[in-house]
Design a protein around this ligand. Structure first.
Ligand SMILES: Cc1cc2nc3c(=O)[nH]c(=O)nc-3n(C[C@H](O)[C@H](O)[C@H](O)COP(=O)(O)O)c2cc1C
Length: 193
């Protein structure tokens, strides 16, 4: 599972997997993938389509914070109620929401080198909001995966809309993920540009 014997000629492959009810976490996942792709090959997949046994070196896992942690069937049902409430101006993201990150993580995802966790949460001190990324990290560490970069939160306003600063910040963070992944492997593994 944590086999770090990459051949020097092969760049690390990154799989970004996300849950998103209203699209903010998807937007962060897509932006950070853009940053990673400046240096490495990366896929970006909603959990409804992601295999926990994907053949990857680095797994980047993100989810929205619900009730201080990962979503549950009840919190996803609540999110669907929010989306039906026209006054909130929220629409549900395309992918099916019958399952969430909590359930996906129970399938024990694997990655050869390690993982990075991120979340979206409300723009308030973390002590008041909780963090889905902390819950993701706790589970992946329990399965023996190594954290290659500290978790990151991307902020939404009180209406669950991503703050305007966060897409660019996600691209920059994606670059940091690529750098951390490359630091674990031979520098000659970089894709020539
Ligand atoms: C049922 C529910 C509970 C939530 N609880 C929290 C919470 O405890 N802390 C927080 O920061 N945000 C909370 N939020 C706001 C979500 O974090 C926000 O909707 C999410 O980041 C938006 O990401 P998404 O568009 O990818 O779903 C909650 C949202 C819902 C729908």
């Amino acid at each position: 599972m944590n086999d770090s014997t990459l051949t020097p000629a092969r760049p690390p492959a990154v799989a970004v997997v996300y849950e998103s009810l209203f699209g903010s976490t998807r937007s962060v996942a897509e932006s950070l993938t853009e940053g990673i792709r400046e240096q490495l090959l990366a896929t970006v997949t909603p959990i409804s389509l992601a295999s926990p046994s994907a053949d990857c070196d680095i797994l980047v896992v993100g989810a929205p914070t619900h009730a201080h942690s990962l979503s549950t069937p009840a919190s996803r049902a609540e999110a669907e109620r929010w989306a039906r409430d026209r006054a909130r101006h929220l629409t549900l993201d395309d992918s099916p929401h019958t399952t969430g990150m909590r359930e996906w993580l129970e399938r024990r995802p694997t990655a050869r080198l390690g993982y990075v966790a991120f979340d979206t949460r409300v723009d308030m001190p973390r002590i008041f909001t909780g963090s889905a990324a902390t819950a993701i990290g706790r589970r992946l560490k329990k399965y023996g995966l190594r954290e290659i970069l500290a978790p990151e939160s991307f902020l939404v306003d009180s209406h669950s809309r991503l703050l305007s600063t966060e897409r660019d910040r996600a691209v920059r963070w994606g670059r940091e993920i690529a750098e951390a992944a490359l630091a674990l492997t031979d520098e000659t593994a970089r894709i020539p540009r």
